[in-house]
Design a protein around this ligand. Structure first.
Ligand SMILES: [Zn+2]
Length: 186
């Protein structure tokens, strides 16, 4: 049993403690398993518990800013059946990022948005609806059938367009609506 660093006299005993930490200049108070001094009431955590404290403070920050917590990111990854490495590749982030977020590092808003779009069908659908409202109808690609469009150009020879699709009977490119005369649907 350790004696209290505050009053030097009391004993620190295991207890549920309430501690305040700071993340990006904001203060958050969280409850976790730690130690309380029997004499003066001083509350603290040991080095093992302090990583849990860091995680909880990060999660409190994330919750208050509408970001996914570490646990939520982990749960979404698990739902896709991916390990951290696979999930990183899927998101296109560095391989260490997912690990750090799950351990408590706060992801930025853009990455949070990307995680939602790539793990939540409802968020992806809502995004698609927004896109369809923003983009003229002939550019809507969601209903289309994917096709291979092959055409020849003097410059490139025979060329397969990578993003061609069929929307009803109109062949379109996601990046270019002009269809060269030499273009044939295969
Ligand atoms: Zn004390």
């Amino acid at each position: 049993m350790t004696s209290c660093f505050e009053c030097q006299g009391g004993l620190l005993v295991p207890a549920k403690v309430s501690l305040t930490g700071t993340r990006y200049g904001e203060h958050f108070t969280v409850k976790l398993q730690g130690f309380r001094c029997e004499a003066c009431g001083f509350e603290t955590v040991d080095s093992e518990q302090s990583s849990e404290l860091t995680k909880l403070i990060s999660d409190a920050y994330r919750t208050s800013h509408g970001l996914l917590t570490g646990k939520e990111i982990r749960a979404r990854r698990a739902r896709l059946g991916m390990n951290q490495q696979e999930f990183s590749l899927y998101l296109g982030t560095g391989s260490a990022s997912v690990k750090r977020w799950e351990l408590g590092q706060v992801q930025d808003k853009a990455m949070d948005e990307l995680v939602r779009l790539k793990t939540d069908p409802e968020a992806a659908r809502a995004n698609l609806k927004t896109l369809e409202r923003q983009i003229p109808e002939q550019f809507v690609v969601s209903e289309g059938r994917e096709v291979t469009l092959v055409f020849t150009s003097a410059e490139h020879g025979q060329y397969v367009h990578p993003h061609a699709i069929i929307v009803e009977k109109l062949a379109v490119y996601q990046d270019d609506l002009t269809i060269p005369d030499s273009c044939v649907a295969a």
